[in-house]
Design a protein around this ligand. Structure first.
Ligand SMILES: Cc1ncc(COP(=O)(O)OP(=O)(O)O)c(N)n1
Ligand SMILES: Cc1nc(C(=O)O)sc1CCOP(=O)(O)O
Length: 696
């Protein structure tokens, strides 16, 4: 990289809750869309030597900073300038307001006091010009500190970051007084780093990879510990560096020996990685001594990262003790954790050995561990007695989420805890929000276990599984599925080639019209179209659906779904078995399965489906010889199903209400063919049907 760094000018602001950017700033848009969930706002100022980023805004903007109102301050040249206005949606920092050209956002008296006005304006280039900078300074501060500070104009910067000559320097004062703010600032640091990095690499041809640092023990058998962490991150397409705390002699039979490294050598490894590389997330595993935790905590404070994931490894799956509960109960690390992921045994140990036998107990444990200072807690109930499901409790300090999945019956579960935590860390490193990261990790572990359930590695009772099962598909279709929302089943439009032909419509016209009318998910059920034509049309339909954020599934044809990178497939009882479809498609695709009985619904769940289609609720002419199960049959299947259900068969404006009035919580919507597509105007009929439906 040159000392002189090309940099595009930008300004982003929020308007009606949406991110707006001035021209010529794709990197900025990406960065902020990614980190501020599409509601970002910031300002940037610059002169020939230095560029300043600032952002701020309403509390919801700065998720994951919770309730902290954040705003920015910065410098132009070497001079500090004043504060932002932190009103909702209005915070800008004095350099320009895009709608009205160059304009100061500073309050007049502050401009006067800081004497910054002339400096500000004289330091600016015209809007949308390009400049070159060899330094990028990013600063943010907490206004509550600012306003409480006795010398307001000394700018209590909570964190500042300068990128100059290929290095980040944290040169600003760290003024962090409250624990709550310290947590926020750690996360903020990652964002600042990302922004500065994005700025300086723009136009340089360089790019960076999301990065997790795992601090854990080595498992010689390769199933858990550092080895599992690296594989989980690789599966999530994230770079993983590793600091080894302990070396274990371990196989599928148990742990034969543990050799812990000296604390100062662990510190040396940590400093080595963190002083050189831009680590996004630190994930911790086996930390064999309280002293090692103290060292780690000190270094995390010295080198703040975006998030810390703590897997409180205490006992191996074989039952061998890897570190005592006293190690974590020192409670130094938990207040730094963005998420902690104990299993039942670990949660119990953290809480002094209480027994945890029910989902209610797990909720209690999650809340109690949260009180130690972790921002989020995931209590894993994989070994909850008497449950055929794997139920985890996620608590974010306000809300509980019960995350349910089928328990996969296999001996190959060694390393699931390490893998889950590392996958969460990897998703967080990519910018995925916390709950979705946890869901994506659960989905990954489930798929890996399913894929590996018959593997035979080692002779002991607990085998490892295959993290890189997707590579065997030779297909790069491993995108996180967290975008699937069961509410999208509300009005499910299923196309029909015969009807398209009858009304002289192309598939794309049919899809466009149904989306216009309000369809919430589309299935291409084109039984009479030639494959080459089908793939071509499906690719076009995908483009339409993507641009409208409507998922598109393919009926029966897994090959076509892969060819057009559809969001998933819908399969029947006589099609490719769902379990195999999941193996072929990977965890990133949506799979729906047709079910007429409770037993089929249970199997679909165990096979890794995402929803079931249940019918025929009423007689239909669209599908020959289709048994009708009636409203009663639909209700029975819904009650037996752990998956969301969409009703199908003979449904139209005249009877849709009777279906939805069943009021079963997992009945999420109706799938319809002829009432939408065997009609003159698909848009009108879709709109009409939609008017009877509301998300529950
Ligand atoms: C949402 C939805 N539910 C059920 C079906 C029927 O699928 P299948 O049993 O595979 O029958 P065909 O559609 O292939 O005739 C569906 N397509 N969609
Ligand atoms: C494709 C399909 N599957 C069914 C099932 O019972 O699984 S009924 C059906 C046809 C639904 O078409 P219409 O909305 O025109 O009745």
């Amino acid at each position: 990289m040159n000392d002189s760094i090309p940099l595009a000018y930008s300004s982003c602001w929020s308007q009606n809750g949406r991110l707006r950017c001035s021209k010529g700033v794709p990197w900025m848009k990406d960065t902020y869309l990614r980190w501020l969930g599409g509601r970002g706002m910031d300002c940037i100022g610059w002169n020939d030597q230095e560029v300043v980023f600032m952002w701020g805004g309403p509390p919801e903007l700065v998720e994951p900073f919770g309730a902290m109102e954040m705003t920015g301050l910065g410098r132009v040249g070497s001079k500090e300038v004043s504060r932002t206005d932190s009103k909702v949606g209005q915070a800008w920092f004095g350099l320009d307001k895009p709608e009205s050209g160059l304009k100061s956002g500073l309050e007049p008296d502050l401009i006067e006091k800081s004497g910054s006005k002339s400096r500000l304006n004289s330091g600016l280039s015209p809007i949308h010009s390009e400049t070159h900078a060899d330094r990028v300074t990013v600063a943010a501060f907490n206004p509550s500190l600012f306003f409480n500070h006795p010398h307001s104009f000394s700018f209590p910067v909570t964190i500042g970051l300068t990128y100059a000559k290929n290095r980040f320097e944290r040169s600003e004062v760290l003024l962090v007084r409250q624990k709550r703010n310290r947590d926020r600032v750690r996360s903020l640091s990652g964002m600042l780093e990302e922004s500065a990095y994005a700025a300086v690499t723009q136009g340089s041809g360089l790019r960076r990879l999301a990065h997790v640092l795992t601090v854990a023990g080595s498992d010689s058998g390769g199933g858990a510990g550092i080895q599992a962490d690296i594989k989980a991150c690789a599966a999530a397409c994230v770079y993983c560096s590793s600091v080894i705390t302990s070396v274990t002699a371990q196989n599928t039979i148990g742990v034969q020996g543990v050799y812990s490294l000296a604390e100062n050598f662990v510190a040396e490894q940590l400093r080595s990685v963190l002083s050189d590389m831009q680590v996004d997330v630190i994930k911790t595993g086996m930390l064999p001594s309280p002293g090692m935790i103290t060292v780690l905590c000190q270094i995390i404070k010295e080198f703040p990262v975006r998030a810390v994931v703590v897997d409180p490894v205490m006992v191996s799956t074989s039952g061998d003790v890897l570190s005592g509960p006293s190690t974590l109960s020192g409670k130094e690390l938990l207040p730094l954790a963005d998420v902690v992921t104990p299993n039942l045994k670990e949660a119990s140990a953290l809480l002094g050995g209480i027994s945890l036998d029910t989902v209610g107990d797990m909720r209690f444990a999650a809340k109690s561990i949260h009180a130690f200072g972790a921002r989020n807690v995931l209590v894993k109930g994989g070994d909850l007695p008497g449950s055929s499901d794997a139920i985890d409790i996620f608590f974010d300090g306000e809300q509980f989420h019960e995350l349910c999945g089928p328990r996969i019956m296999t001996r190959n579960t060694h390393g699931t805890g390490c893998t889950l935590a590392s996958y969460i860390a990897a998703e967080l490193a990519k910018g995925t929000p916390m709950l979705q990261s946890v869901q994506a990790a659960k989905s990954f572990v489930k798929s890996a276990l399913l894929y590996s359930k018959d593997l035979m590695i080692g002779n002991g009772p607990q085998g490892p599984f295959d993290h890189l099962f997707m590579l065997k598909n030779q297909l790069n279709n491993y995108a996180p599925k967290w975008s699937f929302n069961a509410n999208s089943l509300l009005l499910y439009a299923v196309t029909d080639s015969r009807m398209n032909k009858k009304w002289a419509r192309s598939i794309t016209e049919a899809v466009k019209a149904s989306i216009e009318g309000g369809a919430t998910i589309i299935q291409l059920r084109e039984k009479e179209v030639e494959t080459s034509e089908f793939v071509k049309e499906a690719v076009d339909c995908m483009a339409i659906c993507r641009s409208h954020h409507v998922p598109l599934l393919i009926n029966d044809r897994i090959d076509v779904a892969l060819a057009c990178d559809a969001d998933g497939v819908h399969i029947g009882q006589s099609d490719m078995p769902a379990e195999l479809a999941r193996k072929i498609l990977g965890p990133g695709k949506i799979i729906g399965v047709s079910c007429k009985t409770p037993a089929q619904a249970m199997k679909a769940w165990a096979d890794g489906a995402d929803y079931i289609g249940c019918g025929g609720v009423f007689p239909t002419n669209t599908k020959q010889s289709n048994p009708t199960i009636g409203l009663k049959g639909l209700e029975t299947v819904c009650l037996a199903s752990k998956l969301p259900v969409v009703a199908i068969g003979g449904i139209g404006a005249g009877n849709v209400q009777s279906v939805m009035e069943l009021g079963v919580p997992n009945l999420k919507g109706v799938a319809v063919v002829s009432a939408l597509f065997d009609q003159e105007s698909v848009t009108t009929e879709t709109r009409r049907l939609k008017s009877f439906l509301t998300v529950r």
